[in-house]
Design a protein around this ligand. Structure first.
Ligand SMILES: *[C@@H]1O[C@H](CO)[C@@H](O)[C@H](O)[C@H]1NC(C)=O
Ligand SMILES: *[C@@H]1O[C@H](CO)[C@@H](O)[C@H](O)[C@H]1NC(C)=O
Length: 427
């Protein structure tokens, strides 16, 4: 939390403030994003709910009727997304992950839902979800099997795309397990993209192409963006700070490769929000929400909307933070600098505004003071000659008017984040 605000005139800069200017970094790799997949979708990052991290491949409906992968689970989540304010703030796609299928295709080679867990079928579920004003996502795999061993789409891309469209599906998460080669992987992802287009139905296409490509060669993100609406770069998120931290580290380490490729129609996907579960402290949940907004990440929650604290719900439904995530300029943010275990991330927003996140990565001790030179933010222009700053997280606070030469002093909890919004004052 911000505890002290300093508004210093040009003449009375303290030494620390002047010294901090040497960290002024201009980001020179800021080139426009290439052409996106032309399906008119994901003009801002996809928002919704995805079952994997919280419910995984639980198929035992006898022992665990309330948490097995079944139509009942999705209908309950649809009801809550509609009635508990989730839809209203933007969470629209209710997404099925692996383990929805029967173990075999039907006699005509079509995928089928497990008949005991989805007795009404996916078409019925899609209609139900649509009746709540929501959209339905489904899962399949580019290879011979899904990661959990259910039938893969290899050799069936056109048949599966048509089936999903006929059912009324609105998003496809296409996994990359059980492929024989990187050529097969790339061709499969491209083929499915074209097959979805041919159905004539608007279906968000969520890929894991680069994740499976990286072990062999550096993915061509320009190409991936032409075929996918978002793409996973990193392994599955777990319900732990270690996992969230390693994703952030991967993203900042590779930011020169991945940041500029993101934009309306195509986004880097750092995987699900695990807020509202068991593994993250309150400060770590704030960090995930703030940084997923800075990264222009799809916001796909994986939690149990039937059992979620009011605090976690308020964080996930924070309209100011969602507005940063969904900012229409559509530019992904980046790590500006790391200094003494404090990371400063920033993201350009529409109307010359900026979002700034300061993360305390030191996991020992208490809250740490951090002073930042206003001139070092937003490529030197965010607050030139001045700006209004609002703290959005952890607590919404109007911090007021700051001149370009002034400093801002904050206190950040261990593994926590202070998220700011800077509105430029040009006159
Ligand atoms: C299919 O692609 C064409 C051009 O590439 C695009 O104009 C059209 O809107 C796409 N259709 C769907 C359903 O995505
Ligand atoms: C990446 O793909 C794009 C679009 O298909 C192509 O124009 C470009 O040459 C590729 N780049 C590399 C390094 O292969």
């Amino acid at each position: 939390m911000i505890t002290v605000t300093m508004r210093l005139a040009r003449r009375v800069q303290p030494l620390g403030c002047v010294l901090a200017l040497r960290f002024l970094v201009l980001v020179l790799w800021d080139v426009p994003a290439a052409w996106a997949l032309d399906n008119g979708l994901a003009t801002t990052p996809t928002m919704g709910w995805l079952h994997w991290e919280r419910f995984m491949c639980n198929t035992d409906c006898e022992e665990e009727p309330d948490s097995c992968i079944s139509e009942k689970l999705f209908m309950q989540m649809a009801d809550l997304m509609d009635s508990e304010g989730w839809k209203e703030v933007g969470y629209e796609y209710l997404c099925i992950d692996d383990c929805w299928m029967a173990p075999q295709r039907d006699s005509k080679g079509r995928l089928q839902a497990d008949p005991t867990r989805f007795p009404s079928g996916i078409h019925y579920l899609a209609n139900y979800v649509h009746s709540k004003g929501l959209k339905l996502g489904i899962y399949a795999d580019v290879g011979k099997k899904t990661c959990a061993g259910y039938p893969g789409s290899f050799g069936y891309y056109d048949i599966d795309a048509k089936l999903f469209a006929d059912w009324g599906v609105d998003l496809l998460k296409f996994d990359g397990c059980y492929c024989d080669s990187v050529e097969q992987l790339a061709n499969g992802y491209k083929h499915m993209s074209l097959a979805l287009n041919k159905t004539g139905r608007s279906i968000v296409y969520s890929c894991e192409w680069p994740l499976y490509m990286w072990p062999f060669r550096k993915p061509n993100y320009t190409e991936i963006r032409q075929y996918c609406n978002h793409w996973r770069n990193t392994g599955d998120v777990y319900d732990s700070w270690q996992s969230v931290k390693s994703i952030l580290n991967w993203v900042s380490f590779n930011q020169k490769t991945i940041v500029t490729v993101a934009g309306p129609g195509g986004w880097n996907d750092p995987d699900m929000l695990v807020i509202g579960n068991f593994g993250l402290s309150w400060d770590q949940q704030i960090t995930q929400m703030a940084l997923w907004a800075i990264m222009a990440a799809p916001l796909l929650m994986s939690n149990d909307l039937r059992h979620i604290s009011t605090q976690a719900k308020a964080l996930l439904q924070n309209k100011d933070v969602i507005a940063i995530n969904q900012d229409p300029l559509g530019k992904q943010g980046y790590l500006l600098r790391k200094e003494d275990n404090i990371e400063v991330w920033e993201r350009p927003l529409s109307n010359l505004a900026w979002a700034v996140a300061m993360v305390n990565m030191q996991e020992i001790g208490g809250p740490r003071s951090f002073t930042i030179n206003i001139a070092s933010l937003g490529q030197g222009v965010a607050c030139n000659p001045a700006c209004h700053i609002t703290e959005l997280l952890p607590v919404k606070t109007k911090l007021g008017f700051y001149e370009w030469t002034s400093c801002l002093k904050t206190r950040i909890n261990p593994s926590g984040t202070v998220l700011l919004r800077l509105e430029s004052q040009t006159t």
